[in-house]
Design a protein around this ligand. Structure first.
Ligand SMILES: N[C@@H](CCC(=O)N[C@@H](CS)C(=O)NCC(=O)O)C(=O)O
Length: 93
């Protein structure tokens, strides 16, 4: 497994295990050999609250991107998340 910390990125995927968009993103992440911590927004109310207060929407999947220096971005839309992961994977190879 590749560590995204090498890129000074702290990533967390907010997801619901039965959401098809989340499943697609999770399978894409494993196909790229990257490990990203996940937060279940259905089972874990604190994860749900973090998502809504941080990102502004309850929609999943959402990737929380924390960069070196502390800037935080909440990336929605499975296609955009997969694009971002693809870039990360490329930088790690
Ligand atoms: N276009 C979005 C669709 C995501 C989506 O519809 N997620 C559903 C779960 S399967 C959801 O979170 N619905 C609740 C909401 O939008 O607040 C994507 O591709 O990520």
């Amino acid at each position: 497994m590749k560590s995204v910390h090498l890129l000074a990125l702290n990533l967390t995927l907010y997801q619901d295990p039965i959401c098809p968009f989340c499943m697609r993103v999770k399978s894409f992440i494993s196909s790229r050999g990257i490990e990203i911590p996940m937060r279940n927004t259905v089972m874990d109310i604190s994860a749900y609250k973090e998502l809504v207060s941080g990102g502004g929407r309850a929609m999943v999947p959402c990737l929380r991107i924390e960069r070196d220096g502390g800037q935080i971005e909440w990336l929605y839309e499975s296609i955009d998340i997969m694009r971002f992961i693809d870039d990360v994977a490329e930088q790690l190879t």
